[in-house]
Design a protein around this ligand. Structure first.
Ligand code: PEP
Ligand code: MG
Length: 815
């Protein structure tokens, strides 16, 4: 093994490839290395070697060093599109050069105005791995850049068994250039076969982007990929998605439009049913200039745009309610986030334009979020995309969000929807939403549920091909998008929607009345809350208090834990809004799927089975103490309860009880709030009787209880269809808890999502559940359903459900 030292071919600012706004380089498809943002228009040889001939490529140069190491210097991004303009080649293909010799020159100012980016990747395209690299910061041509270890690793399987060949047509606008060549090499990486691309009578190693670029293949050229090795066929199949297959020569048929299936399965983000014409919606990519007109000018422009957006968000927050207000607040925090601003400033200091600096900063942060284990934080990346777009619009002299008129009842179909776009849709009276990407717990999903807007996500790219005006049904109850349903089906859905609208009006009229079954069993219906802004609305929808206040949601998007005073103020506001109705304040459920920046929990391989819920509170006693003291300050104390998440056994209760006693003693408080345990683990369900003996009440969190009982991650996109809280295994645990609580004379309520499902209510009532805490919007209907039930019949139904073998069998029992 030998080592090769590379010196910088450019003077400028050295940066990691992750910061290069091109996935081909950022994802190392073209090879590993660094990038330099140049301040001089000259590329010098990074080492001794031979210039690899690359026809038609003035914007890039490759040096083949001793040992067959190929080093590619690519000036700027997408510069192939310039067709060589602005570049002057100094060293010709085949020339031998020494490190530091000039290879090419370019007009820096012209390129700054005409190229997408000047960031210039320098990558080891083949033949070695990087042992050491220069750090981020200023760099001069000739300074140390990279140390490369060359290792001739024989590829296994290359010489053996199968061989295959496949013809392709090159569909790329600029031929087989660095980007597609790198994609070819990346696509072949999982396979052992030797693959060559043959074109114009010459052959190149398909694992070397440089070698492929040397073939000078143009768009429309026919090439052949030849593979040898045990997985030759699979390797060629991997190229199918990149190239076009040549049409049979005799019948050059027009490309058929992709067939769109009549039913597209998707994930439910907000329950409901809607029918209307398809309105495709995409977010335009706003062009930005990489080079600015001077740091001071660009900094001032960005500052002004951020101030304008901050003011706009302040206005939005002032009139918004519920989740929309919480979202506006979160965006205000992000717009003022010091790290984000520092990242943008670093770009401005390097002479970048305001829009470019802001885009780079928001995208880098979004990328970092996407790389995290946690699905909720990953989905927050879309908030940053939203802010990126709003600031760029302001910089372009437009209002921060695009108002667009939609036909009433339209079904908006998009790749993904930003939270601010969703809010604009809500205002436009859109009927429903379906996105190709997205997740069920995204901010968009939460906003859609809070607004009662039926929404499907993760429907796949097929939805993006649906033509404008096509009749669509968003069935966000079955998790299906129906495309252009037949007339009979449309009529049936239209009737169903009309009936539902009439029911909703009637439900709202009786929402504030108590819910009692026909045989006089009182069913208490409370609301789950995540913010102050939701509280008053929940009462109007008939909530008889709050059965679950998710306190971790009150203090998201911050870097410091909330102080005792802040918490006390927030809890008191909510208690006041509830006007003396009961308020169950859950201690912070941090960890698992809800990591919080101010609580730096160590990495866990299985966070859902780790330090979350009450476990993380007990691990950070000072945070628990501050929260308990804040809750003890809420008045009237009699309306207040403390609820503990993720309890396993009575030890958890005893530790927290001791902490409450200590806090009450310190504060001279005698009357303590009731203490309840959430039943979210199979252990706590099995031990419900001993928990009920030491607690004042139990509350069943069916979301987590299902996840742990069925061993299905609640954020798992592919298994989410099987995560059904009506599974008989979960129902048996619920039945045990209800019986255990009744045996101790305590209340067992349900606060998981199952409580918001009106179809599940008869079974819950039949299992002995007489109190539920649900999404506020679902309360009027739940109360109406409760009034139609006979508890005796529900008990018979529940017995049959417990005897079922699968969740589908249980659902088949439902009326
Ligand atoms: C639950 O797990 O059912 C629950 C209500 O808690 P969360 O969804 O906040 O984990
Ligand atoms: Mg839970």
């Amino acid at each position: 093994m030998s080592r090769l030292t590379l010196v910088s071919p450019l003077s400028g600012w050295c940066l990691p490839l992750d910061e290069v706004a091109d996935p081909v380089f950022a994802q190392r498809m073209a090879g590993d290395g660094l990038a330099v943002d140049p301040t001089r228009g000259e590329v010098r040889a990074p080492c001794d070697g031979e210039v690899v001939p690359m026809k038609d490529a003035k914007h890039a140069v490759t040096i083949r060093a001793e040992g067959g190491i190929d080093v590619l210097v690519h000036v700027g991004l997408d510069t192939v599109a310039l067709g060589g303009a602005g570049f002057e080649r100094v060293a010709q293909g085949g020339a031998r050069v020494r490190a530091g010799e000039t290879l090419l020159r370019f007009d820096l100012d012209w390129l700054a105005r005409n190229a997408r980016s000047l960031a210039s990747p320098i990558v080891v395209a083949s033949g070695g791995t990087i042992a050491r690299r220069a750090g981020t910061g200023p760099i001069a041509a000739g300074d140390f850049l990279l140390e490369i270890e060359s290792a001739a690793v024989p590829r296994p399987g290359g010489a053996s068994s199968g061989s295959a060949a496949r013809a392709f047509v090159v569909p790329f606008e600029h031929g087989l250039h660095v980007r597609p060549a790198a994609q070819v090499a990346a696509a072949l990486r999982p396979f052992a076969a030797e693959v060559a691309i043959v074109a114009h009578g010459r052959s190149a190693n398909a694992r070397s982007p440089v070698a492929m670029m040397g073939l000078a293949v143009r768009c429309g050229d026919e090439i052949e990929a030849r593979a040898t090795g045990a997985d030759a066929m699979q390797a060629l199949a991997a190229l199918d998605g990149l190239f076009t297959r040549p049409a049979p020569r005799a019948t050059p048929a027009a490309k058929a439009a992709p067939a769109i299936p009549g039913r597209i399965e998707a994930v439910i983000a907000s329950r409901g049913l809607a029918m209307g014409p398809c309105v495709p919606w995409s977010l335009p990519e706003i062009p930005v200039k990489e080079r600015g007109a001077g740091t001071d000018r660009e900094s001032a422009a960005l500052e002004k745009a951020l101030a304008a957006l901050g003011a706009h968000l302040d206005d939005v927050r002032a009139v918004a309610r519920g989740e929309a207000a919480a979202l506006a607040q979160a965006h205000i925090e992000l717009v003022r986030d010091p790290d984000l601003l520092a990242q943008a400033q670093a770009h401005l200091d390097r002479g970048h334009g305001a829009g470019y600096a802001w885009r780079q900063a928001t995208r880098a942060t979004a990328e970092a979020l996407r790389a995290l284990d946690d699905p909720r934080l990953r989905e927050r990346a879309s908030d940053l995309r939203d802010l990126e777009n709003q600031v760029l619009r302001i910089l372009a002299g437009e209002p921060p969000s695009a108002e667009r008129a939609f036909p009433a009842g339209a079904i908006v179909v998009a790749g993904d929807l930003l939270p601010s776009q969703l809010m604009a849709l809500e205002r436009s009276r859109v009927g429903g939403v379906c996105t190709a990407a997205g997740g069920a717990t995204s901010h968009m999903a939460i906003l859609a549920s809070a607004a009662g807007l039926p929404a499907l996500v993760a429907a796949g790219d097929a939805v993006l091909a649906i033509a404008e005006g096509t009749m669509l049904v968003v069935d966000a109850e079955a998790g299906v998008l129906r495309v252009d349903p037949p007339a009979g089906e449309r009529d049936a859905i239209a009737r169903m929607l009309a009936e539902r609208a009439a029911e909703r009006t009637a439900d709202l009229r009786s929402a504030r009345e108590a819910a009692t079954t026909v045989d006089d069993v009182r069913i208490a219906v409370k609301a789950n809350l995540g913010s102050f802004a939701e509280a008053a609305g929940a009462l109007a929808l008939g909530a008889e208090g709050c059965g679950l206040l998710r306190t971790e949601f009150l203090f998201l998007d911050r870097r410091e834990p909330p102080s005792e005073d802040e918490q006390a103020r927030e809890y008191q506001r909510i208690a006041d809004a509830l006007g003396g109705h009961p308020l169950a304040i859950r201690t912070m459920d941090i960890g698992g799927d809800k990591p919080i920046a101010y609580m730096p929990l160590a990495h866990e391989d299985n966070p859902a089975l780790g330090l979350r819920g009450v476990r993380s509170s007990l691990a950070y006693p000072e945070l628990l103490r501050a929260q308990l003291r804040a809750i003890l300050r809420v008045h009237p104390a009699a309306a207040c309860r403390i609820l503990l998440p993720m309890v396993t056994d009575v030890e958890d209760i005893r530790h927290v009880r001791a902490a409450i006693d200590a806090a009450a003693r310190e504060m001279g408080i005698e009357e303590q709030p009731g203490l309840g345990a959430m039943i979210e683990t199979p252990a706590s369900a099995l031990l419900a009787s001993t928990l009920a003996a030491e607690c004042d009440f139990l509350s069943i969190g069916t979301n987590d209880l299902s996840q742990y009982a069925l061993a299905i991650d609640r954020g798992h996109a592919r298994l989410s269809g099987r995560l059904d809280a009506l599974h008989p295994a979960v129902l048996r645990l619920v039945a045990m808890v209800a019986d255990a609580a009744a045996g101790r004379g305590k209340v067992a309520s349900v606060c998981g999502a199952l409580a918001s499902d009106p179809e599940a209510l008869p079974i819950l009532v039949g299992l002995g559940i007489h109190e539920i805490s649900a999404t506020a919007a679902a309360i009027p209907r739940l109360k109406r359903v409760a009034r139609t039930l006979a508890a005796s019949e529900c008990r018979a139904l529940a017995r049959r459900a417990l005897d079922c073998a699968t969740a589908a069998d249980v659902r088949a029992l439902l009326p």
